[in-house]
Design a binder for this molecule. Sequence first.
Ligand code: FAI
Length: 492
Amino acid sequence: MKKALLSVSDKTGIVEFAKELSALDYELYSTGGTKKTLEAHDVAVKSVSELTQFPEIMDGRVKTLHPHIHGGILADRDVPEHLEALNELGIELIDLVVVNLYPFEQTVARPDVTEEEAIENIDIGGPTMLRASAKNFKHVLTVVDPADYAAVIDKIKHDQADYQFRKSLMLKVFDHTNHYDAAIVNFFSNKVTTLRYGENPQQAARFVKTSAAPNTIAGARQLHGKALSYNNIKDADAALQLVKQFSVPAAVAVKHMNPCGVGTGETIAEAFQHAYEADDQSIFGGIVSLNKEVDKETAEQLKAIFLEVVIAPSYSSEALELLTQKKNIRLLEVQMHGDEETEEFVSVSGGYLVQDKDQKVLSPDEMTVVTKAQPTAEQWQAIELGWTVVKSVKSNAIVLANDKHTVGIGAGQMNRVGSAKIAIERAAAIDDHVIMASDGFFPMSDTVETAALAGITCIVQPGGSIKDQESIDMADKHGIAMVMTGMRHFKH
Ligand SMILES: NC(=O)c1ncn([C@@H]2O[C@H](COP(=O)(O)O)[C@@H](O)[C@H]2O)c1NC=O
């Protein structure tokens, strides 16, 4: 009589499957829980202890780890010495192995999981049987997936459990144990964090970390607040990347992956005040990054508004005391210096794209004035600020800025003049201190004209359009100073 060993954590479909196997004249053996389930449904089944002559010990840590099980699975039926060895030792052949594993992944997906629970859910006996029977797939059928029960019965019934079918079951096993082991590595190395959900609640999500560097979001130290959400992580990274570009004290507020206010100052408190004034409406519920230690004064300002996340290299003890009074704010400590990853990835169907990060920072002496009017000294400072920010805004990007902060930001429009109109509309006031920065060239002169009508007197843009001259003429007509950088900063 053929023997089948059934040891499953997921008991779905096991009773029906076992009944079919019995009907096909298989003698069934099971571990404790599986045996109980089968007996509760009147399936005749024996304990694996009858094969091992050994009880299950240590809360199930050892139940099938025994030569009487593994000899019976691993014997190569084509090698007479193998069969002789079994015969001498009284080991019987096992022809079919049905195993699915302790639910490690489901266990560690629980936010309150303890390390002990995770450890107890590392299955040892199950993968050992799976690997043994899959290795001997020419002689032993291995079923790891309850979804295959019906097909296995069908194949056995019709005598069609041939080499190809057995091999397909074998591949499924090694794929499964491979995935299972990877989940263990990921959990214990903290490389993968399961998130509550993705961009929206209906999307499952996880954070796969490739670095633990303290100058990255993955390596950030969370000092306070709830776990970061998927959107928090993305926005926090956008805010971090931009604030790192400044050497002077700077503050960046981000909403939905775009900066909504960026400010610089003599102190970090002044920088934040400027970022806040840049757009005191959009910052609500935003993510704020600061490139210097948060002091008490800054903390008081931060505390006064609702923010999801604050990112800074450090916090004074008074600042921490103030900010931790807010239950819903998340505080991250991230270093602003150190090596940067030089490449970035984005997935597309069927693959992913890799590119160098857009890290080149241009200084004013690398830019060319192409108009009769020249930028003032103050406008040059505004150009530096605006040009730094525009790199971090989704294309088509238009940034209005003075030497202290952004004034209006137009992001992600499908035509450039549309972004310019939004930036202008968001600006509280436009005076001679305000410059316009554009991440791409002007395909025609309409954006320059829109800028002129809004009172803008200085523009910085890459140049490179075949119609550059029309834009320059339009700038000259309105007395606008135009600077070309020769470098564009699209961000899709
Ligand atoms: N330790 C062992 O010898 C062992 N043998 C089988 N298992 C696992 O025990 C589970 C089934 O247990 P039960 O039939 O008691 O519900 C299966 O997920 C199986 O993979 C074991 N458990 C863990 O390693």
